[in-house]
Ligand binder design. Structure first.
Ligand SMILES: [Zn+2]
Length: 421
């Protein structure tokens, strides 16, 4: 076949020149440069404009009178005035003394003497971590003097906080799906508490923190607990929360429900429409599915007396009401000089929540047990308050290949997974 001549409507000579390989290459290069610059601008803008990660305030320690914080390159300032008190650009320990009346003294030890501080202290380490006792923390530590105690509050990036707590609230050895479900639940719970702090929670008192680092909120033992798999669970869900009508929910969770989860109404008398009781059926392999706790009669008497529930000797303790799930709801404490009936959750707090793992228990007296005077034996099922996600249930669901979304849908059926930031 012959190519048509220009006169026949083929390509004119100059157009062939215009499409020379060299010119084509330079035009392609321009296009590539243009696309690269555009892409760069888009990436820069999306990074710069991405919603910032909130900073959460976690109460991590409370020490009577004195406190020691270790770190490299420590900077101590008065939080309210930003006045710099000390800067040690080497590995150092800062000692803080908290006295009644909110007074505080700071020293680096040795010849440098003590400095008076007014108001809370802000301590940062330009070298990385701040160590208090056996735990180390990221970002900033604030120290408050309260009633002669030093209260330590970690101001930390919420994503880092969630990454640190996963290995305490669960175990980094659990499946990635269970850890991911836990990451979303923990992030949601933290955001809810951040919004609640200083409003209804402490009845007018505004504590300088959003969350406690114990089982009262979420167990957080510091940055040394971070693990690779936990970081993965956090990174794949950055900013994701459980929400109901567009708002983050109070995403309660607990160790082991014992068969069926509870409603907050039955446990605390508070109705939250997005938390209902669901059949679990996944946690029967939990080591806490069944438990027994024995306590000598004298020890139980001491605990009840301290709580103001007993006068005289303990004549008996029995469950007088159970809820529809069979959990104890009211417990009678009979003393030789008084008799009271209280919520089972109160008895759980008084005896210790690590001893009475749930309110799903029966109690009896074993006259032959204990050192002398018999012992009381509590036999129960499950661990924790039973509301929201059952962690051992989530573990089993994850091991069976169910996704984090399926796990969360099972335990929080009314909630949606949404992006909070
Ligand atoms: Zn369960």
């Amino acid at each position: 076949m012959e190519y048509p001549s220009p006169k026949d409507g083929g390509l004119p000579q100059n157009s062939i020149a215009r499409f020379s390989p060299r010119r084509l290459r330079s035009e392609l290069l321009l296009v590539v440069i243009f696309l690269a610059v555009t892409l760069g601008i888009v990436v820069f803008c999306s990074t710069a404009l991405a919603a910032p990660v909130p900073v959460v305030r976690v109460m991590v320690d409370r020490e009577p009178a004195t406190l020691k914080i270790n770190g490299f390159d420590l900077l101590v300032t008065e939080a309210d005035t930003s006045r710099s008190l000390a800067h040690e650009n080497r590995r150092a320990s800062v000692n803080v003394k908290c006295s009644l009346g909110g007074r505080m003294e700071v020293s680096f030890g040795g010849a440098k003497g003590r400095m008076r501080a007014s108001g809370p202290l802000k301590i940062t380490s330009l070298g990385g971590f701040l160590r208090v006792g056996q735990s180390q923390y990221r970002d900033e530590l604030y120290v408050y003097s309260f009633n002669g105690d030093c209260i330590v509050v970690n101001h930390v990036d919420l994503e880092k906080y969630v990454a640190g707590l996963l290995n305490s609230e669960m175990s980094a050895s659990w499946s990635l799906n269970a850890l991911t479900a836990q990451a979303i639940a923990a992030r949601t719970y933290a955001i809810y508490q951040m919004k609640e702090a200083g409003t209804t929670r402490y009845k007018g008192f505004r504590p300088p923190f959003d969350l406690d680092s114990s089982v009262r909120d979420q167990v957080y033992e510091g940055a040394q607990m971070e693990r690779y798999k936990a970081l993965q669970a956090v990174q794949r869900t950055r900013g994701m929360v459980l929400s109901y009508h567009g708002e983050p929910i109070k995403a309660f969770y607990h160790s082991t429900c014992g068969g069926r989860t509870e409603t907050p109404e039955r446990v605390w008398g508070v109705r939250l429409p997005y938390l209902r009781s669901v059949e679990c059926g996944y946690c029967n392999k939990s080591p806490r599915f069944n438990w027994v706790y024995s306590i000598p009669g004298g020890d139980l008497e001491t605990k009840l007396r301290r709580a103001g529930l007993l006068r005289g000797r303990l004549a008996g303790i029995r469950i007088v009401a159970r809820n529809r799930l069979g959990r104890a709801s009211r417990v009678e404490v009979r003393g030789t000089e008084n008799s009271v009936t209280v919520a089972a959750t109160r008895i759980r707090d008084v005896v210790g929540t690590v001893n009475l793992r749930s309110t799903d228990f029966t109690v009896g007296r074993n006259p032959a047990g204990g050192a002398r005077g018999g012992e009381f034996v509590f036999i129960g099922h499950g661990s924790g308050h039973g509301v929201g996600m059952c962690q051992y249930g989530a573990k089993a669901m994850g091991e069976q290949g169910q996704s984090y979304a399926q796990i969360l849908k099972h335990y929080y059926p009314e909630a949606q997974i949404t992006k909070y930031y």
